[in-house]
Design a binder for this molecule. Structure first.
Ligand SMILES: Nc1ncnc2c1ncn2[C@@H]1O[C@H](COP(=O)(O)OP(=O)(O)OP(=O)(O)O)[C@@H](O)[C@H]1O
Ligand SMILES: [Mg+2]
Length: 227
């Protein structure tokens, strides 16, 4: 069974002054060992979907199963732990903790998953090496470039060896050469047991995924796929 995440009849609406239906009855299965890209115009619901997949937000109706286990959105404690252990999240906007250094930002994610400090620090050092930033270990986010911050975010997302990596426009704010480097780094994290989903406005990167999905009228349309 390659199916890792199953979405069944996912609806998501937001009610402010009036109700808007962003996601409408989405049924979709994401397989492990694959990298999916998610495109769609601004406001189409890419971040909304990623927030639901990361269990940060809950659907208005419908269900999600991860490895055939249904998520109970009322049990936020359990979901927080599941997220910490199983899901690595990378945002476009610099999402690092400003008062912590690069290495602290990485290992705090490991502590959050219940690991001990020594192991967490040692893993962080390996990851800093992997993303080529050993010499920026003690820099605060304000002392890092945009591309460096993204590499730290990727290292942080990887520290608990997550089975699922979700990235929301991970290259969005970077120049094209830096963006290519970050994209390659992200793409290289795929393995047979892992699922990566990233939202992007960049068709060049989107085309490099195993499966290109577009959100159209609140639903997922497969543009092309090798899954
Ligand atoms: N918390 C919220 N309350 C009300 N409306 C929201 C909320 N979050 C998102 N929306 C609305 O839902 C729609 C989808 O937003 P979303 O952020 O998912 O779009 P997106 O596809 O990620 O766009 P972009 O490419 O600009 O990042 C938008 O119309 C947005 O205004
Ligand atoms: Mg978005």
């Amino acid at each position: 069974m390659n199916n890792l995440i199953q979405l069944s009849n996912i609806n998501k609406s937001f009610v402010t002054k009036k109700k808007i239906n962003v996601l409408k009855k989405i049924n979709y299965k994401f397989n492990k060992g694959k990298i999916y890209s998610l495109i769609g115009p601004s406001g189409s619901g890419k971040s909304t979907l990623l927030n639901i997949l990361s269990l940060i937000d809950r659907p208005s109706s419908g269900s999600i199963a991860i490895e055939n286990n249904y998520i109970d959105f009322k049990n936020s404690k359990k979901n927080d732990l599941l997220r910490a252990k199983k899901i690595g999240i990378i945002y476009q906007q610099d999402n690092l903790l400003h008062d912590f250094t690069a290495i602290e930002n990485i290992y705090l994610a490991s502590l959050a998953a219940g690991n001990n400090k020594e192991i967490s620090i040692s893993k962080s050092k390996n990851l800093l090496k992997k993303v080529g930033l050993t010499n920026r270990s003690n820099h605060f986010p304000s002392e890092l470039s945009g591309g460096e911050k993204q590499r730290i975010s990727i290292a942080r997302a990887l520290i608990n060896d997550p089975q699922i990596i979700l990235a929301d426009e991970p290259t969005g704010s970077l120049d094209i050469e830096t963006a290519k480097g970050i994209f390659e780094l992200l793409k290289n994290q795929i393995n047979h047991n892992r699922l990566i989903i990233f939202a992007t406005h960049n068709r060049f990167f989107a085309d490099k995924s195993d499966c290109l999905l577009e959100i159209v009228n609140g639903n997922i349309r497969t543009i092309n796929g090798r899954v």
